[in-house]
Design a protein around this ligand. Structure first.
Ligand code: G3I
Length: 401
Protein backbone atom coordinates (compact mmCIF):
# COMPACT_ATOMS: atom_id res chain seq x y z
CA UNK A 1 0.00 0.00 0.00
CA UNK A 2 2.78 2.44 0.95
CA UNK A 3 4.95 1.56 -2.03
CA UNK A 4 2.14 2.07 -4.52
CA UNK A 5 1.43 5.63 -3.26
CA UNK A 6 3.83 8.32 -4.42
CA UNK A 7 2.19 11.15 -2.41
CA UNK A 8 3.89 11.54 0.98
CA UNK A 9 0.80 12.86 2.83
CA UNK A 10 -1.41 10.16 1.46
CA UNK A 11 1.24 7.65 2.36
CA UNK A 12 1.38 8.69 6.00
CA UNK A 13 -2.47 8.91 6.12
CA UNK A 14 -2.69 5.40 4.83
CA UNK A 15 0.00 4.36 7.25
CA UNK A 16 -1.84 5.92 10.16
CA UNK A 17 -5.08 4.15 9.15
CA UNK A 18 -3.39 0.79 8.93
CA UNK A 19 -1.55 1.41 12.19
CA UNK A 20 -4.83 2.37 13.89
CA UNK A 21 -6.56 -0.62 12.40
CA UNK A 22 -3.77 -2.81 13.62
CA UNK A 23 -3.93 -1.38 17.14
CA UNK A 24 -7.73 -1.73 17.30
CA UNK A 25 -7.53 -5.28 15.92
CA UNK A 26 -4.76 -6.28 18.34
CA UNK A 27 -6.60 -4.75 21.31
CA UNK A 28 -9.77 -6.58 20.29
CA UNK A 29 -7.90 -9.85 20.01
CA UNK A 30 -6.26 -9.32 23.38
CA UNK A 31 -9.59 -8.51 25.06
CA UNK A 32 -11.26 -11.50 23.47
CA UNK A 33 -8.55 -13.93 24.39
CA UNK A 34 -8.45 -12.60 27.97
CA UNK A 35 -12.21 -12.87 28.35
CA UNK A 36 -14.12 -15.99 29.21
CA UNK A 37 -16.11 -15.59 26.00
CA UNK A 38 -13.17 -16.33 23.77
CA UNK A 39 -11.79 -19.07 26.01
CA UNK A 40 -15.20 -20.75 25.90
CA UNK A 41 -14.76 -21.28 22.15
CA UNK A 42 -12.56 -24.18 23.16
CA UNK A 43 -14.36 -27.43 23.85
CA UNK A 44 -13.94 -30.12 26.47
CA UNK A 45 -12.15 -32.33 23.99
CA UNK A 46 -9.68 -29.52 23.12
CA UNK A 47 -8.51 -29.39 26.72
CA UNK A 48 -8.53 -33.15 27.21
CA UNK A 49 -6.44 -33.59 24.06
CA UNK A 50 -4.00 -30.90 25.15
CA UNK A 51 -3.35 -32.90 28.30
CA UNK A 52 -3.08 -36.26 26.56
CA UNK A 53 -6.47 -37.39 27.91
CA UNK A 54 -9.83 -38.25 26.42
CA UNK A 55 -13.27 -37.09 27.50
CA UNK A 56 -16.23 -39.02 26.22
CA UNK A 57 -19.94 -39.60 26.29
CA UNK A 58 -22.45 -42.37 25.89
CA UNK A 59 -24.29 -41.85 22.61
CA UNK A 60 -27.94 -42.80 22.19
CA UNK A 61 -28.69 -44.75 19.06
CA UNK A 62 -32.02 -43.04 18.42
CA UNK A 63 -30.05 -39.93 17.51
CA UNK A 64 -27.78 -41.70 15.08
CA UNK A 65 -30.24 -44.16 13.54
CA UNK A 66 -32.08 -41.44 11.72
CA UNK A 67 -29.95 -38.31 11.53
CA UNK A 68 -32.83 -36.29 10.06
CA UNK A 69 -34.83 -36.51 13.23
CA UNK A 70 -31.90 -35.72 15.45
CA UNK A 71 -31.87 -32.51 17.35
CA UNK A 72 -29.22 -30.46 15.65
CA UNK A 73 -27.67 -29.23 18.86
CA UNK A 74 -27.33 -32.79 20.23
CA UNK A 75 -25.37 -33.83 17.14
CA UNK A 76 -23.21 -30.72 17.25
CA UNK A 77 -22.30 -31.29 20.88
CA UNK A 78 -21.48 -34.96 20.25
CA UNK A 79 -19.21 -33.91 17.40
CA UNK A 80 -17.42 -31.02 19.08
CA UNK A 81 -17.20 -31.60 22.83
CA UNK A 82 -16.08 -35.23 23.06
CA UNK A 83 -13.26 -37.31 21.65
CA UNK A 84 -14.33 -40.81 22.69
CA UNK A 85 -17.73 -42.46 22.30
CA UNK A 86 -19.50 -45.40 23.86
CA UNK A 87 -22.90 -46.64 22.72
CA UNK A 88 -25.54 -46.43 25.46
CA UNK A 89 -27.31 -49.63 24.37
CA UNK A 90 -26.37 -50.82 20.88
CA UNK A 91 -23.31 -52.92 21.75
CA UNK A 92 -25.19 -55.00 24.31
CA UNK A 93 -26.04 -58.63 23.68
CA UNK A 94 -29.79 -57.92 23.39
CA UNK A 95 -28.96 -55.91 20.25
CA UNK A 96 -26.10 -57.91 18.77
CA UNK A 97 -27.53 -61.39 19.34
CA UNK A 98 -31.23 -60.62 19.21
CA UNK A 99 -31.95 -63.76 17.19
CA UNK A 100 -30.76 -67.23 18.20
CA UNK A 101 -27.73 -68.39 16.20
CA UNK A 102 -28.08 -71.74 14.50
CA UNK A 103 -25.37 -73.10 16.81
CA UNK A 104 -25.00 -70.96 19.98
CA UNK A 105 -21.74 -72.74 20.81
CA UNK A 106 -20.14 -71.84 17.50
CA UNK A 107 -21.39 -68.37 16.72
CA UNK A 108 -20.52 -67.08 13.27
CA UNK A 109 -19.96 -63.44 12.41
CA UNK A 110 -22.97 -63.66 10.13
CA UNK A 111 -25.09 -64.46 13.24
CA UNK A 112 -24.37 -61.01 14.70
CA UNK A 113 -26.56 -57.95 14.22
CA UNK A 114 -23.82 -55.40 13.76
CA UNK A 115 -25.88 -52.41 12.57
CA UNK A 116 -25.42 -50.60 15.91
CA UNK A 117 -21.65 -51.09 15.86
CA UNK A 118 -21.46 -49.94 12.25
CA UNK A 119 -23.59 -46.88 12.94
CA UNK A 120 -21.45 -45.60 15.81
CA UNK A 121 -18.24 -46.39 13.94
CA UNK A 122 -19.50 -44.38 10.98
CA UNK A 123 -20.55 -41.48 13.17
CA UNK A 124 -17.17 -41.45 14.92
CA UNK A 125 -15.35 -41.47 11.62
CA UNK A 126 -17.51 -38.60 10.28
CA UNK A 127 -16.67 -36.60 13.42
CA UNK A 128 -12.97 -37.54 13.16
CA UNK A 129 -13.16 -39.44 16.46
CA UNK A 130 -10.74 -42.33 16.56
CA UNK A 131 -11.61 -43.85 19.92
CA UNK A 132 -14.68 -45.95 20.77
CA UNK A 133 -15.33 -47.98 23.87
CA UNK A 134 -17.16 -51.29 23.63
CA UNK A 135 -19.88 -51.80 26.28
CA UNK A 136 -20.48 -54.66 27.01
CA UNK A 137 -19.88 -58.34 26.19
CA UNK A 138 -21.09 -60.38 29.18
CA UNK A 139 -23.81 -58.87 31.37
CA UNK A 140 -26.67 -60.33 33.37
CA UNK A 141 -29.04 -57.62 31.99
CA UNK A 142 -30.03 -56.74 28.42
CA UNK A 143 -29.43 -60.33 27.32
CA UNK A 144 -31.74 -61.62 24.57
CA UNK A 145 -34.89 -63.35 25.79
CA UNK A 146 -34.08 -66.56 23.88
CA UNK A 147 -30.82 -66.80 25.89
CA UNK A 148 -32.51 -66.10 29.24
CA UNK A 149 -34.80 -69.07 28.53
CA UNK A 150 -32.44 -71.51 26.83
CA UNK A 151 -29.44 -71.04 29.14
CA UNK A 152 -31.54 -72.54 31.98
CA UNK A 153 -31.29 -75.89 30.16
CA UNK A 154 -27.52 -75.74 29.51
CA UNK A 155 -24.81 -77.32 31.62
CA UNK A 156 -21.82 -75.40 32.90
CA UNK A 157 -19.59 -76.32 29.97
CA UNK A 158 -22.19 -75.21 27.45
CA UNK A 159 -22.52 -71.79 29.12
CA UNK A 160 -18.71 -71.40 29.01
CA UNK A 161 -18.69 -72.38 25.31
CA UNK A 162 -21.50 -69.99 24.44
CA UNK A 163 -19.82 -67.03 26.18
CA UNK A 164 -16.40 -67.72 24.63
CA UNK A 165 -17.95 -68.16 21.22
CA UNK A 166 -19.91 -64.88 21.49
CA UNK A 167 -16.87 -62.90 22.70
CA UNK A 168 -14.73 -64.34 19.90
CA UNK A 169 -17.27 -63.52 17.20
CA UNK A 170 -17.80 -59.90 18.33
CA UNK A 171 -14.12 -59.10 18.85
CA UNK A 172 -13.17 -60.75 15.57
CA UNK A 173 -15.78 -58.68 13.74
CA UNK A 174 -14.55 -55.43 15.31
CA UNK A 175 -10.89 -56.29 14.70
CA UNK A 176 -11.48 -57.22 11.07
CA UNK A 177 -13.53 -54.11 10.49
CA UNK A 178 -10.82 -52.01 12.15
CA UNK A 179 -13.61 -50.21 13.98
CA UNK A 180 -11.39 -48.20 16.35
CA UNK A 181 -12.81 -49.97 19.42
CA UNK A 182 -9.74 -50.29 21.60
CA UNK A 183 -11.40 -50.99 24.93
CA UNK A 184 -14.09 -53.53 25.82
CA UNK A 185 -16.04 -54.19 28.97
CA UNK A 186 -15.63 -57.95 28.91
CA UNK A 187 -17.73 -58.56 32.03
CA UNK A 188 -20.14 -56.01 33.50
CA UNK A 189 -21.65 -55.83 37.00
CA UNK A 190 -20.89 -59.38 38.17
CA UNK A 191 -20.66 -58.48 41.87
CA UNK A 192 -23.86 -58.75 43.89
CA UNK A 193 -25.37 -55.64 45.50
CA UNK A 194 -24.85 -57.16 48.95
CA UNK A 195 -21.11 -56.90 48.15
CA UNK A 196 -20.29 -60.34 49.50
CA UNK A 197 -20.64 -62.65 46.50
CA UNK A 198 -20.89 -62.84 42.76
CA UNK A 199 -24.35 -62.03 41.48
CA UNK A 200 -27.07 -64.67 41.06
CA UNK A 201 -30.26 -64.51 38.99
CA UNK A 202 -28.38 -64.29 35.75
CA UNK A 203 -28.49 -66.30 32.53
CA UNK A 204 -25.08 -67.72 33.57
CA UNK A 205 -26.25 -69.05 36.96
CA UNK A 206 -25.72 -72.59 35.66
CA UNK A 207 -21.92 -72.36 35.66
CA UNK A 208 -20.27 -74.40 38.39
CA UNK A 209 -17.82 -71.63 39.37
CA UNK A 210 -18.70 -68.00 38.52
CA UNK A 211 -15.18 -66.67 39.09
CA UNK A 212 -13.76 -69.28 36.75
CA UNK A 213 -16.42 -68.25 34.21
CA UNK A 214 -15.34 -64.58 34.48
CA UNK A 215 -11.67 -65.54 34.12
CA UNK A 216 -12.46 -67.59 31.02
CA UNK A 217 -14.34 -64.70 29.41
CA UNK A 218 -11.16 -62.62 29.68
CA UNK A 219 -9.03 -65.43 28.27
CA UNK A 220 -11.39 -65.75 25.31
CA UNK A 221 -11.25 -61.99 24.71
CA UNK A 222 -7.47 -61.90 24.78
CA UNK A 223 -7.28 -64.85 22.42
CA UNK A 224 -9.60 -63.11 19.97
CA UNK A 225 -7.77 -59.77 20.06
CA UNK A 226 -4.33 -59.41 21.58
CA UNK A 227 -4.35 -55.59 21.49
CA UNK A 228 -7.68 -54.47 22.88
CA UNK A 229 -7.81 -53.20 26.50
CA UNK A 230 -9.86 -55.66 28.56
CA UNK A 231 -11.96 -54.21 31.36
CA UNK A 232 -14.09 -55.37 34.28
CA UNK A 233 -16.82 -52.72 34.82
CA UNK A 234 -19.11 -52.18 37.83
CA UNK A 235 -21.05 -49.65 39.95
CA UNK A 236 -20.83 -48.82 43.68
CA UNK A 237 -17.16 -49.75 43.56
CA UNK A 238 -15.75 -46.21 43.45
CA UNK A 239 -15.47 -45.49 47.17
CA UNK A 240 -14.09 -47.58 49.98
CA UNK A 241 -16.99 -46.79 52.38
CA UNK A 242 -18.70 -49.79 53.96
CA UNK A 243 -21.80 -49.75 51.74
CA UNK A 244 -19.87 -50.15 48.52
CA UNK A 245 -18.61 -53.20 46.63
CA UNK A 246 -15.09 -51.76 46.58
CA UNK A 247 -13.45 -54.31 48.90
CA UNK A 248 -14.90 -57.26 46.99
CA UNK A 249 -13.79 -55.74 43.70
CA UNK A 250 -10.20 -55.12 44.82
CA UNK A 251 -9.90 -58.65 46.16
CA UNK A 252 -11.43 -60.11 43.02
CA UNK A 253 -9.18 -58.29 40.56
CA UNK A 254 -6.07 -58.94 42.68
CA UNK A 255 -6.94 -62.65 42.44
CA UNK A 256 -7.38 -62.38 38.69
CA UNK A 257 -3.98 -60.71 38.30
CA UNK A 258 -2.40 -63.40 40.46
CA UNK A 259 -3.90 -66.09 38.25
CA UNK A 260 -2.58 -64.22 35.20
CA UNK A 261 -6.02 -63.53 33.82
CA UNK A 262 -5.58 -60.97 31.00
CA UNK A 263 -7.30 -58.07 32.77
CA UNK A 264 -6.03 -54.59 31.86
CA UNK A 265 -8.47 -52.17 33.46
CA UNK A 266 -11.28 -51.69 35.93
CA UNK A 267 -14.18 -49.47 34.95
CA UNK A 268 -15.69 -47.62 37.89
CA UNK A 269 -19.05 -46.44 36.59
CA UNK A 270 -19.52 -43.47 38.97
CA UNK A 271 -23.28 -42.90 39.00
CA UNK A 272 -23.15 -40.48 41.91
CA UNK A 273 -25.76 -38.55 43.89
CA UNK A 274 -25.21 -34.79 43.91
CA UNK A 275 -26.19 -32.03 46.37
CA UNK A 276 -29.67 -31.53 47.84
CA UNK A 277 -31.98 -28.54 47.27
CA UNK A 278 -29.89 -26.44 49.69
CA UNK A 279 -26.68 -27.32 47.88
CA UNK A 280 -25.58 -29.63 50.67
CA UNK A 281 -24.27 -33.20 50.55
CA UNK A 282 -23.29 -35.07 47.42
CA UNK A 283 -19.68 -35.62 46.41
CA UNK A 284 -17.43 -33.86 48.94
CA UNK A 285 -13.66 -33.41 49.38
CA UNK A 286 -13.73 -36.38 51.76
CA UNK A 287 -15.25 -38.49 48.97
CA UNK A 288 -12.54 -37.26 46.60
CA UNK A 289 -9.83 -38.48 49.00
CA UNK A 290 -11.55 -41.83 49.23
CA UNK A 291 -12.07 -41.98 45.43
CA UNK A 292 -8.34 -41.38 44.91
CA UNK A 293 -7.55 -44.46 47.04
CA UNK A 294 -9.30 -46.68 44.50
CA UNK A 295 -7.12 -45.37 41.66
CA UNK A 296 -4.00 -45.92 43.77
CA UNK A 297 -5.01 -49.44 44.82
CA UNK A 298 -5.63 -50.41 41.20
CA UNK A 299 -2.39 -48.77 40.08
CA UNK A 300 -0.52 -50.96 42.56
CA UNK A 301 -2.09 -53.93 40.80
CA UNK A 302 -0.85 -52.50 37.47
CA UNK A 303 -4.40 -51.84 36.33
CA UNK A 304 -5.94 -48.83 34.64
CA UNK A 305 -8.84 -47.30 36.54
CA UNK A 306 -11.38 -45.65 34.27
CA UNK A 307 -14.48 -43.63 35.10
CA UNK A 308 -16.83 -45.15 32.54
CA UNK A 309 -20.34 -43.82 33.21
CA UNK A 310 -20.19 -40.61 35.21
CA UNK A 311 -23.34 -38.70 36.12
CA UNK A 312 -24.33 -36.70 39.20
CA UNK A 313 -28.08 -36.86 39.71
CA UNK A 314 -29.94 -34.34 41.84
CA UNK A 315 -32.88 -34.87 44.21
CA UNK A 316 -35.74 -32.62 43.05
CA UNK A 317 -38.74 -30.93 44.69
CA UNK A 318 -41.05 -33.77 43.64
CA UNK A 319 -40.88 -37.28 45.09
CA UNK A 320 -42.68 -38.92 42.20
CA UNK A 321 -41.39 -37.36 39.05
CA UNK A 322 -38.29 -35.52 37.89
CA UNK A 323 -39.39 -32.14 39.36
CA UNK A 324 -37.26 -29.02 39.67
CA UNK A 325 -33.91 -28.20 41.19
CA UNK A 326 -32.57 -24.96 42.71
CA UNK A 327 -29.92 -22.62 41.29
CA UNK A 328 -27.75 -23.25 44.35
CA UNK A 329 -28.00 -26.97 43.69
CA UNK A 330 -26.92 -26.55 40.07
CA UNK A 331 -24.00 -24.32 41.08
CA UNK A 332 -22.85 -26.86 43.67
CA UNK A 333 -23.29 -29.68 41.13
CA UNK A 334 -20.84 -27.81 38.88
CA UNK A 335 -18.26 -27.69 41.67
CA UNK A 336 -18.72 -31.35 42.44
CA UNK A 337 -18.31 -32.30 38.77
CA UNK A 338 -15.08 -30.29 38.74
CA UNK A 339 -13.84 -32.14 41.82
CA UNK A 340 -14.67 -35.59 40.43
CA UNK A 341 -13.14 -34.99 37.00
CA UNK A 342 -9.97 -33.32 38.28
CA UNK A 343 -9.49 -36.07 40.87
CA UNK A 344 -9.94 -38.87 38.35
CA UNK A 345 -7.95 -37.43 35.47
CA UNK A 346 -5.03 -36.37 37.69
CA UNK A 347 -4.28 -40.02 38.35
CA UNK A 348 -1.67 -41.57 36.05
CA UNK A 349 -3.62 -44.80 35.49
CA UNK A 350 -6.70 -42.85 34.34
CA UNK A 351 -6.34 -42.07 30.62
CA UNK A 352 -9.92 -40.99 29.99
CA UNK A 353 -13.31 -40.35 31.48
CA UNK A 354 -16.75 -41.03 30.05
CA UNK A 355 -20.05 -39.41 30.95
CA UNK A 356 -23.24 -41.44 30.73
CA UNK A 357 -24.76 -38.93 28.33
CA UNK A 358 -24.56 -35.14 28.41
CA UNK A 359 -28.07 -33.77 27.92
CA UNK A 360 -30.76 -33.79 30.63
CA UNK A 361 -33.27 -34.11 27.81
CA UNK A 362 -32.11 -37.64 27.02
CA UNK A 363 -30.86 -38.96 30.36
CA UNK A 364 -31.66 -42.45 31.69
CA UNK A 365 -31.84 -41.07 35.28
CA UNK A 366 -35.46 -39.82 35.72
CA UNK A 367 -36.93 -43.07 34.44
CA UNK A 368 -34.81 -45.13 36.81
CA UNK A 369 -34.86 -42.95 39.98
CA UNK A 370 -38.13 -41.39 41.16
CA UNK A 371 -37.82 -37.71 42.12
CA UNK A 372 -34.28 -37.39 40.76
CA UNK A 373 -32.74 -36.02 37.59
CA UNK A 374 -30.88 -33.02 36.12
CA UNK A 375 -27.68 -35.06 36.36
CA UNK A 376 -25.81 -34.03 33.22
CA UNK A 377 -23.91 -31.06 31.70
CA UNK A 378 -26.52 -29.56 29.40
CA UNK A 379 -30.13 -28.75 30.35
CA UNK A 380 -33.22 -29.97 28.52
CA UNK A 381 -32.70 -27.30 25.83
CA UNK A 382 -29.09 -28.37 25.40
CA UNK A 383 -27.82 -25.21 27.08
CA UNK A 384 -24.63 -25.42 29.16
CA UNK A 385 -25.15 -25.79 32.91
CA UNK A 386 -22.65 -25.01 35.70
CA UNK A 387 -21.84 -28.74 35.46
CA UNK A 388 -20.39 -28.14 32.01
CA UNK A 389 -18.24 -25.27 33.28
CA UNK A 390 -17.09 -27.42 36.21
CA UNK A 391 -15.78 -30.09 33.84
CA UNK A 392 -14.35 -27.43 31.56
CA UNK A 393 -12.39 -25.93 34.49
CA UNK A 394 -11.22 -29.35 35.63
CA UNK A 395 -9.82 -30.18 32.18
CA UNK A 396 -8.37 -26.71 31.69
CA UNK A 397 -6.40 -26.91 34.92
CA UNK A 398 -5.05 -30.44 34.59
CA UNK A 399 -1.29 -30.58 35.08
CA UNK A 400 0.67 -31.42 31.93
CA UNK A 401 2.29 -34.85 32.20
O1 G3I B 1 -35.33 -51.06 22.90
C1 G3I B 1 -36.56 -51.12 23.64
C2 G3I B 1 -37.70 -50.66 22.80
O2 G3I B 1 -37.86 -51.55 21.72
C3 G3I B 1 -38.96 -50.59 23.65
O3 G3I B 1 -40.00 -50.05 22.91
C4 G3I B 1 -38.72 -49.70 24.88
C5 G3I B 1 -39.93 -49.68 25.81
O4 G3I B 1 -39.56 -49.36 27.12
O5 G3I B 1 -37.64 -50.23 25.59
C6 G3I B 1 -36.44 -50.22 24.85
O6 G3I B 1 -35.41 -50.73 25.64
C7 G3I B 1 -34.95 -49.89 26.66
C8 G3I B 1 -33.45 -49.69 26.41
O7 G3I B 1 -32.89 -48.95 27.46
C9 G3I B 1 -33.15 -48.97 25.10
O8 G3I B 1 -33.73 -47.71 25.10
C10 G3I B 1 -35.16 -50.56 28.01
O9 G3I B 1 -36.54 -50.60 28.29
C11 G3I B 1 -34.45 -49.79 29.10
O10 G3I B 1 -34.52 -50.52 30.32
C12 G3I B 1 -32.99 -49.63 28.71
O11 G3I B 1 -32.36 -48.89 29.73
C13 G3I B 1 -30.97 -48.89 29.67
C14 G3I B 1 -30.41 -49.60 30.90
O12 G3I B 1 -28.99 -49.52 30.87
C15 G3I B 1 -30.81 -51.08 30.95
O13 G3I B 1 -30.28 -51.69 32.04
C16 G3I B 1 -30.52 -47.44 29.67
O14 G3I B 1 -30.92 -46.81 28.46
C17 G3I B 1 -29.01 -47.37 29.78
O15 G3I B 1 -28.61 -46.04 30.00
C18 G3I B 1 -28.54 -48.20 30.98
O16 G3I B 1 -27.13 -48.19 31.01
C19 G3I B 1 -26.53 -48.88 32.11
C20 G3I B 1 -25.21 -49.44 31.62
O17 G3I B 1 -25.39 -50.21 30.48
C21 G3I B 1 -24.52 -50.25 32.73
N1 G3I B 1 -24.39 -49.47 33.93
C22 G3I B 1 -25.58 -48.82 34.42
C23 G3I B 1 -26.22 -47.97 33.32
C24 G3I B 1 -27.43 -47.22 33.83
O18 G3I B 1 -28.44 -48.11 34.24
Amino acid sequence: MIILTADGIKKSYLYSISAQTLIVFTTLLFCLSASDGFAQQKTLSDFARAHGKWIGTAVKSSYTKNPNSVSESYQKIVASEFNIYVSENDFKMSSILKTRPENPFQIKISDLHTAGIDRLTKQASANKISKIRGHTLIWYRQAPEWLNQEAKTWNSQQIHSFAASYITAVLTYCKTKNAGIDDWDVVNEAIDDNASALRSDTWYDGVSDKQEFIDNCFHAARKADSKVRLTYNDYNVELTDGSSKNAYLLKMVAGMKKRRVPLDAVGIQSHFMGPDQNGEGGFTEAHADDFRKTFVALRHLKLYCIVTELDLRLPTDDENKEGNVTQIQLAEQGKQYQLIVSTALSEPNSPYLLLWGFSDHYSWIPSHFKGQGHGLLFDKNNQKKPAYHGIYNALNSLKKR
